[in-house]
Design a protein around this ligand. Sequence first.
Ligand code: OTU
Length: 637
Amino acid sequence: MAPHLSPPDAADVEVDLELVDLLAARRRRHGAILRHGIAALYPAAAGALLATLDALLEQHAVRRPANLRARDVLREAEPDWFQQPDMVGYVMYGDRFADTLRGVGGHLDYLGELGVRYVHLMPLLRAREGESDGGYAVAAYDEVEPRLGTMADLAGLADALHDREMNLCIDLVVNHTAEEHPWAQAARAGDPRYRDFYFFFPDREMPDRYERTLREVFPTFAPGSFTWLDDAQRWVWTTFNEFQWDLNWSNPAVFAAMVEVMLHLSNQGVDVLRLDAVPFMWKREGTDCENLPEVHTLLCTLRALMAIASPATIFKAEAIVAPEELTAYVGAGSPERHECELAYHNQLMVLLWSSLATGEAKLMTTSLRRLPSIPSRASWVTYVRCHDDIGWAITDENAAAVGWDGWAHRDFLVDFYRGEFPLSFARGDVFQFNPETGDGRTSGSAASLCGIERALEAEDPVHLDIACRRLELVYAVAYSFGGVPLLYMGDELGVRNDASYLDDPALADDNRWMHRPRMDWSVAARRQVPGTLEARLFEMMAGLAGDRASVAALHGAARLEVLQPTDSHLFAFARHHPDRGRFTMVANFGNLTVVADTAGLGCSPGAAVRRTGAGATLEPGGVLTLPPLGYAWLVEP
Ligand code: OTU
């Protein structure tokens, strides 16, 4: 008789996971990092701050709902949940997608069709009235924007998502508050406790000294980094808009107050906190006040706290910075450090658009080969478009390495994507042109930047087909490069630029609203009408998600190797995992057909096609034929 284990009585195995034991274990695991971080950041106040944090942790543990405590345990058992090959994100403004949070909950089937398992809702906490930088000027961290609903609706949406194995990501604006936030109002009125929540200066002396080395983020609509307050007779630090006051994170009271905010949001069932504008969280004279070492210590310390209090909640860093600064946010360079689990891969995004414009992949290959690898427990979010402009973060060094002039190339990209370059297929606009530095950025929807808008206007089916291939090509890279791919609302339907923001005085100044249109559900319905643009693109995006989910090697921990094909129009990379096989993608950005040999890309003869675009084919023997904008996804066991 075959030996078998008889199932034990359920009562025998029921383990009572005492909350106190769990907390103690988590403290043993993360407590030293927490204490070290606090001591490093706040040496004079460390003891008192740790006591405050202890009290917050205790209060939080009592308040944390039972279902989320269970989720904590599950997530500790599956810490790589966000790295699974079936993880696909969708980014939306709740109001623009479905009016309210409840409305969003009513459209989860739609997201399910796209294979979405991660929903990023753009800023949803109560913002200031009027201009609010798309909600990035928060007036109350403990309230949901009334237009969208209530905190209870948010918790309800989290539950509904969790029931469908979907995860919730929300924005947390950590660098600044709105000037209407009660902290800011108290500071303005002269309350000394809250004065220290921000940076106030009686005269121009310090602002002038800082500004010698600061970069201007919004040079056209918010020049300078300080704003004069007539009533308070003070300058206040405002990196972004005048109504967004930078928080003073060197004040331990700010740290404690923001921890409270984070814990409260995690108790609503939030899985991922997108930490906005993290590079700016620490200032020091004589520097650009971005990416300072203290920022990284801050993030590690907050991470340790969250891992003790709410392990089900992870961090995504929003640091849209130069390549040499980027990778540290996910722990590159110090793999023993646990910083953010996720960060935006703005390099990949920028280089995809650069490659589409030039029909050349060598800059992308060279730049990405130079990026340090990141620890296997962290991942990128990869994306083609988001709600922001495209800042052309291509360094002079990387451009020079392929024989290009960095400035000239960035200038070309700005012209190309505003549609002003001969033969440009794009339709976009320039965002925040800075005449002092000559730098410009780009606004526009993915479809418009890929040429779909122009082709539709010209009623030109050939160019429409080519434009769709461009969109597919860049999304096919984003869906396989590593980590969580993000689908930006509307791209699945080829939504074009929308000029209606110009009619709203609170938005008209900021052309990023051209690529933040409202969802038109009658357009979405056309996804079911064969032969339409919407059906084609929707099926394409759903197919990318489905194929991605079927490739074990697309787990986020698989090592990335950017390959160097002999033909510089090709971009190719492999993902290696010792126990999950190998994945290879080859993409042709050029406008001639390229024939490549898969053995030359390191593939074994057993490599099989999982997906192709634009009619690419693989013949026995490993000969790959890639028409213009064609690509292949190859898998090996
Ligand atoms: C973020 O972006 C948001 O994504 C923007 O929508 C906000 O306007 C802004 O913060 C202020 O809250 O400069 O052009 O390195 O580059 O935080 C976008 C980080 C931005 C910054 C980034 C910022």
